[in-house]
Design a protein around this ligand. Structure first.
Ligand SMILES: NC(=O)c1ccc[n+]([C@@H]2O[C@H](COP(=O)([O-])OP(=O)(O)OC[C@H]3O[C@@H](n4cnc5c(N)ncnc54)[C@H](OP(=O)(O)O)[C@@H]3O)[C@@H](O)[C@H]2O)c1
Length: 324
């Protein structure tokens, strides 16, 4: 089979498409013929050895696949050959076949196609865990989303609206904000041209209950300072490249919480709650209540370019690699 291979750590240009053996199946694993693989920021960190997980070289990046089960290990009872599935595999997805632990594999309802599946569930599962389990977002609250036109950002805009919040989307370009508006955002802030804190003061409530922050850097403290009493600042990621050092006095004065969000850790440590969340998301996806915006479909040969486009902040919504 063919796969995109990371043989040495570096930028996407160092990746190559190569012929490799099909993965060996372990007793608790499922072998999937991959149809589509979503493109995510963590892929760009993995190949540069900047992520919390460190797969042994050589490996294929690609953390969320959708496709058809072709074989199952002796211990697997949840799916059978022929089942259409989505799998949050972490890596190994930019390949024609992927072997994934069965706890990370979810059967798809017929209404959800592979492209939709491979672009929806990692982002929405992260966003839902953040808003529901970590922030306990309530209807009527105000939610600020940074990097709002990115994969997890846009999923958070959509879920924030579905959960009854007023959503303020913050992003760096007019086109990115137009996409957020299309997905339901109530207020739009271009943080590359406007001061984030001042712009939030001008919105209806003058402050926010919850910040969803996958960006970090300079915007993080500005966003923390927009929280109102008992606000929650969700620490999701650091696409800016800078992990913020928060002023603890701001949290004290607002009775606020700075709350970590680690979806993979949640899925591993609380599999039953994660399965419940996935079930709800599947229903919402199957009935069209949630979906991603697909920016572009790339071939396996173009997958390295897809990762570079993500690093260059060109992607609006979600990029996807089609393998069949
Ligand atoms: N905690 C968890 O469990 C979890 C799970 C999944 C992902 N994540 C993290 O969430 C973050 C977003 O992931 P994603 O897949 O949604 O990424 P993405 O689609 O690339 O979106 C990230 C957004 O960050 C903004 N950004 C600001 N500075 C940037 C820079 N220097 N380089 C690139 N983007 C920059 C961009 O929006 P603007 O151009 O509008 O600023 C971009 O749209 C990543 O840090 C990822 O590791 C965390």
């Amino acid at each position: 089979m063919k796969a995109l291979l990371c043989r040495t750590f570096g930028l996407p240009a160092t990746l190559e498409v190569a012929e490799v053996p099909q993965p060996q199946l372990q007793a608790d694993e499922v072998l999937i013929k991959v149809s589509c693989c979503g493109v995510n920021f963590p892929d760009t960190l993995l190949i540069q050895n900047k992520y919390q997980y460190k797969p042994a070289l050589p490996f294929s990046p690609g953390g969320e696949v959708a496709g058809t089960v072709v074989a199952v290990g002796d211990q697997v009872t949840s799916v059978q050959p022929g089942t259409r599935v989505v799998a949050l595999c972490g890596w190994g997805g930019f390949a024609h076949y992927a072997a994934v632990n069965s706890s990370r594999v979810f059967a798809l309802p017929p209404a959800i196609d592979f492209q939709n599946a491979a672009t929806t569930f990692y982002n929405f599962a992260t966003a839902y865990h953040a808003l529901k389990d970590r922030a306990q977002l309530k209807p009527g609250e105000t939610l600020l989303v940074l990097g709002a036109a990115g994969g997890v950002g846009l999923a958070t805009v959509v879920l924030g609206k579905l959960m009854g919040a007023t959503v303020i989307a913050a992003a760096s370009t007019h086109d990115k904000l137009a996409l957020c508006k299309k997905k339901g955002a109530d207020f739009l802030i271009n943080y590359s041209t406007h001061d984030l804190k001042e712009a939030i003061k001008e919105t209806k409530k003058g402050g926010v209950d919850v910040v969803f922050d996958p960006v970090g850097g300079l915007y993080a403290e500005a966003a923390l300072r927009t929280l109102i009493w008992r606000g929650r600042h969700l620490v999701v990621g650091f696409t800016s490249g800078t992990v913020p050092a928060f002023a603890a006095n701001v949290a004290l004065l607002k009775g606020a919480s700075i709350v970590g969000v680690f979806y993979s850790g949640f899925a591993q440590k609380e599999p039953a709650r994660n399965a419940e969340n996935m079930h709800e998301l599947m229903q919402w996806s199957a009935t069209g209540k949630i979906n991603q915006a697909i920016y572009k479909t790339y071939s396996l040969e173009q997958a390295a370019q897809a990762l570079q486009d993500l690093i260059d902040r060109k992607v609006l919504g979600k990029a996807v690699v089609q393998l069949d």
